[in-house]
Design a binder for this molecule. Structure first.
Ligand SMILES: Cc1cc2nc3c(=O)[nH]c(=O)nc-3n(C[C@H](O)[C@H](O)[C@H](O)COP(=O)(O)OP(=O)(O)OC[C@H]3O[C@@H](n4cnc5c(N)ncnc54)[C@H](O)[C@@H]3O)c2cc1C
Length: 434
């Protein structure tokens, strides 16, 4: 492969991936008193053609799962231009008062997405969209990192990998590779919605978390009431998410990332297990109530629920047929395996995310992802260089706690990273001066 040179200048910082974690970092760099965005050479590489935040899950009616106060900047510096409230303010007085009249702390996902796009727009000169990074190498002769995307390379002194999660497609669906099997991350895209609206056999949703529930609920409202719609999951029951204050403060207060990191390993693992119901395979209680009510009404109206739920159920086999997918679902609650085979036009996999991108990118340096040691300050402490630095953010739940991959402490972490990279920032808040 021939690389397009001419971009061989050494950059001070390359950030790989432009999700909320990196965006928050760009905001922190903007707010930094030393003005690194102007004084340093900084570039962000993002594989998508434009900024987006889980755009395939912008389901009408879906809301944020955290307070808008935990935006890109406020927990770090409430006077930042990039707060959610200032975003509203920048869109006119009526927008701010209109939002206040909603009496909510949890805006629609649609509006938060718009906020993130607004913030991202300010950094367009630093971001290269459509840049799918495939590898990161250490150049020993230069003592710098080389980042490859397409037939281009960049060389940098500091690299931050912030590639978030990639759609997790489990077996047997990954072998099937059918266009009728769609991961939740693509649910709202045109192709998926076309399939949904023209369905004639039935729709299957797999998973027990918030995404699975939202997809079931939305589908329930738009397809024919008597077209089979099934939500299948392994758990015995759908479980409500825990966002009570004691639990929230323990798992999602930003200063606790350091506390989690320094716990003895066994205590941390136990703590992470206990906190599972804050985020994994759980659903907002209000949505569970809506779904239960809808199923009840179906039974009342039609004598049975065409739109139903199958607990303790797993996928036994799948087969691609002419215009449908034949799925055999199995359950063995009482020790006797029961199987049912059904036709579906489309199967939605709300089966979560993995970190495939980060593993691929770092594989030239770390062929085994388990060998990567992420320090408390997100530095990869066993990276090959003494002078150039490699950081990873948004991946280390195991070390830093459940909040690490979420939005809760993005802003504070971004401030800490900015200080590490370019020195401490002088306070910028407008001060009271009598
Ligand atoms: C539907 C949904 C709703 C959610 N709602 C909430 C919520 O309300 N509150 C909350 O705290 N968390 C929520 N989350 C969790 C979510 O992980 C965070 O909101 C957030 O997206 C994490 O930001 P990030 O920047 O670390 O990762 P991401 O948002 O995943 O961003 C990573 C970016 O890296 C890019 N990228 C990946 N690989 C490459 C590559 N090889 N080269 C270049 N670019 C690459 C991706 O395209 C992406 O833009 C939600 C998740 C989902 C799926």
């Amino acid at each position: 492969m021939t690389f397009v040179m001419g971009t061989e200048e050494t950059l001070d910082l390359v950030i790989i991936g432009f999700g909320p974690a990196s965006l928050s970092l760009m905001v922190a760099l903007h707010d930094h008193s030393e003005n690194p965005l102007r004084n340093k050479k900084i570039c962000v590489l993002e594989k998508s053609p434009s900024f987006s935040w889980h755009s395939g899950m912008l389901i009408p009616g879906s809301n944020m799962q955290i307070s808008f106060v935990k935006d890109l900047a406020t927990p770090r510096d409430p006077t930042s231009y990039f707060s959610f409230l200032n975003y509203l303010h920048q869109h006119g007085d009526e927008r701010l008062s209109g939002f206040l009249n909603l009496l909510t702390m949890e805006p629609s996902r649609y509006e938060f997405h718009d906020y993130l796009c607004w913030a991202a727009g300010h950094f367009k000169d630093y971001v290269q969209y459509g840049a799918n990074v495939t590898k990161l190498e250490y150049d020993q002769s230069l003592d710098l990192y080389r980042i490859t995307y397409g037939d281009h390379q960049k060389i940098a002194k500091n690299v931050i990998v912030a590639t978030g999660g990639q759609a997790n497609i489990p077996e047997p669906f990954s072998s099937l590779q059918s266009p009728q099997v769609i991961h939740s991350s693509g649910f709202m895209f045109d192709d998926s919605q076309c399939k949904l609206r023209s369905a004639k056999h039935g729709v299957l949703v797999i998973g027990s978390g918030q995404s699975a529930a939202e997809i079931w609920n939305y589908t329930h409202n738009i397809i024919d009431s008597k077209l089979p719609l099934t939500l299948a999951y392994r758990n015995l029951s759908l479980i409500p998410s825990d966002s009570s204050p004691f639990v929230n403060s323990l798992y999602f207060d930003s200063h606790n990332s350091h506390w989690w990191y320094n716990l003895p390993e066994q205590t941390r693992i136990q703590g992470l297990r206990n906190g599972h119901t804050t985020n994994y395979g759980v659903v907002k209680e209000g949505l569970l109530e809506d779904m239960f009510r809808e199923q009840y009404m179906q039974k009342l109206k039609y004598g049975k629920a065409y739109h139903n739920f199958l607990n303790a159920t797993y996928v036994d086999s799948v087969e691609q047929k002419d215009d449908h997918i034949l799925v055999t679902l199995a359950s063995n609650l009482d020790g006797n395996e029961k199987k049912t085979t059904q036709k579906f036009d489309v199967v939605y996999l709300a089966t979560g995310y993995n970190h495939a991108s980060y593993e691929t990118i770092l594989s030239p340096i770390f062929p085994h992802p388990r060998d990567i040691h992420i320090a408390e300050n997100y530095l990869v402490e066993n990276s090959p260089s003494k002078n150039s630095r490699l950081f990873v953010i948004g991946i280390s739940t195991y070390q830093h706690g459940i909040g690490e991959t979420l939005l809760s402490w993005t802003a504070v972490r971004a401030g800490e990273m900015a200080s590490q990279l370019f020195g401490p920032s002088k306070p910028t808040a407008r001060r009271f001066s009598p």
